[in-house]
Design a protein around this ligand. Structure first.
Ligand SMILES: *Cc1c(COP(=O)(O)O)cnc(C)c1O
Length: 363
């Protein structure tokens, strides 16, 4: 007789530490948790994108090289098409970078930061090593360089502007890391359209720099999953070995080109979001017991004196979803995405009420 079949014995080593990513959905909620563009999708852009579903766009396999989209991105970002690779969201590209360079090695992650670097490191069979940021959330460059000189250090992730803290690294800091290490340095610039220094000017001088960007935030295409890498063609040739040939579907490729063609419409929205960010920050600052942190992105990190879980739950009960952080790195912290003026107002009102309620319960 064989032993009873046990699926956990079959799962490869390393996956035991992973919990499946669960992005909860709450129908009808005011969504301020995922840093999406809060405005209704511009109608004229929507109409143009709708017309794409004609001819053989849907029935044929997509262009695996995404030639047209890469050309458009290159023009937008100020690089050559050979320096561009597109992906099914930057999430896929993060995984592909780690599958190419990370497996079996160490990945240095400047915490607190975007959670996917650690998750994809584990998925790729790499070892995530946290290199904590300083108290002001700036990158601890000497510590990073020290860790990067250990054997098997392969990839460094620096998110700038950083999610969830909202601050950006300077070009000097990024360059200082690039000059002192021999591994790949990934600058995740998902929020570049909102602020922070553009790392593109460093690309031609540092063959180990990889920049990640996305259409999910400023360009309002989170649902279509379009991300891209800007890097040296030699780096991209290696990543291409693990990339799924048809990773980015044809509709998304075409839609992203339309969005870039309507750049002005989104630039106007970006300006509005920046203005709203300042008002939201001031609104948070005006609530007693709330400490907001400066942000150059489209979200704000803040802290209260209560458990972030209670604040998060209280807001949810009032129909508003934000991101709860907490844990040993960010105890009592939460992150709110900049919404429309109306959403921001509702959020600030609800937060003030929740703080009173939680304060009462705590007495
Ligand atoms: C949102 C986000 C991304 C991801 O985006 P995709 O939707 O997968 O392109 C990447 N990096 C950071 C830091 C983000 O916050």
């Amino acid at each position: 007789m064989r032993e009873p079949f046990n699926i956990t014995n079959m799962v490869r080593a390393g996956l035991d530490k992973l919990i499946p990513y669960d992005a909860h959905s709450y129908p009808g909620i005011i969504k301020m948790d995922a840093n999406e563009n809060p405005y209704p999708f511009p109608e004229e852009v929507s109409r143009s994108i709708g017309q794409l579903a004609a001819g053989d766009l849907l029935s044929r396999y997509p262009d695996s090289e995404a030639v047209e989209l890469r050309r458009a991105i290159a023009e937008y970002a100020g690089v050559t098409p050979e320096q561009v690779m597109v992906g099914n969201g930057s999430d896929e590209l993060i995984l592909n970078i780690l599958l190419t360079f990370g497996t079996g090695g160490r990945v240095l992650i400047t915490n607190p930061t975007f959670s996917m670097y650690k998750i994809h490191s584990l998925v790729a069979g790499a070892r995530p090593i946290p290199v904590p940021r300083r108290g002001d959330f700036s990158v601890d460059v000497p510590a990073l360089v020290c860790y990067a000189r250990q054997p098997d250090a392969r990839v460094i992730f620096i998110c700038t502007p950083n999610n969830p803290t909202g601050n950006a690294s300077t070009l000097e800091e990024i360059e200082s890391v690039l000059q002192q290490v021999n591994c790949l340095v990934v600058a995740d610039q998902a929020y570049l359209e909102f602020g922070g220094a553009d790392c593109v000017s460093l690309l031609n001088r540092y063959p180990n720099l990889i920049i990640i960007r996305t259409f999910s935030k400023a360009f309002a295409l989170a649902g279509l999953r379009v991300g891209y890498i800007l890097a040296n063609p030699d780096v991209l040739r290696q990543i291409k070995k693990v990339k799924q040939p048809f990773n980015l579907n044809s509709f998304s490729q075409a839609a992203a080109r339309v969005v870039l063609a309507y750049r002005d419409v989104f630039n106007k929205q970006i300006r509005d979001i920046l203005q709203q960010r300042e008002e939201l920050w001031q609104g948070l600052q005006n609530i007693e017991g709330v400490t907001p942190y400066p942000s150059v992105a489209n979200f704000i990190l803040f802290r209260t004196n209560y458990e972030s879980k209670a604040i998060h739950r209280g807001l949810l009960e009032k129909g508003i979803l934000i991101r709860r952080l907490g844990g040993p790195e960010l105890p009592g912290f939460l992150r709110v995405s900049v919404g429309t003026p109306e959403e921001n107002k509702l959020f600030l009102q609800a937060l003030a009420e929740v703080l009173q309620e939680v304060g009462r319960d705590a007495k």
